[in-house]
Ligand binder design. Structure first.
Ligand code: ZN
Length: 81
């Protein structure tokens, strides 16, 4: 488990370095990506970068609070489990 988290931490830092700006651009967006939203959830796809979205805290909160709308916008996928 520790190994998985180390790998995740490295990928996370690299991903946010590559995507410095928020990719969601929703209401009240601050533009500065600080979080990673996992479009396919945090299960088996946790380390799958193609399911990641760099987001600011404001957009991340909105996505978490509005799952149906986020899915329509393509920010959330059907969870596998
Ligand atoms: Zn944003």
């Amino acid at each position: 488990m520790q190994k998985t988290m180390d790998e995740y931490s490295k990928k996370r830092i690299a991903f946010l370095a590559l995507h410095a700006h928020c990719q969601a651009r929703l209401l009240n967006c601050t533009l500065a990506a600080t979080d990673i939203h996992h479009k396919a959830g945090r299960g088996e796809n946790h380390n799958v970068i193609s399911s990641w979205l760099a987001v600011c805290r404001s957009c991340h909160t909105w996505i978490e609070m509005n799952p149906a709308e986020a899915k329509e916008l393509g920010y959330s996928e059907n969870r596998l489990n």
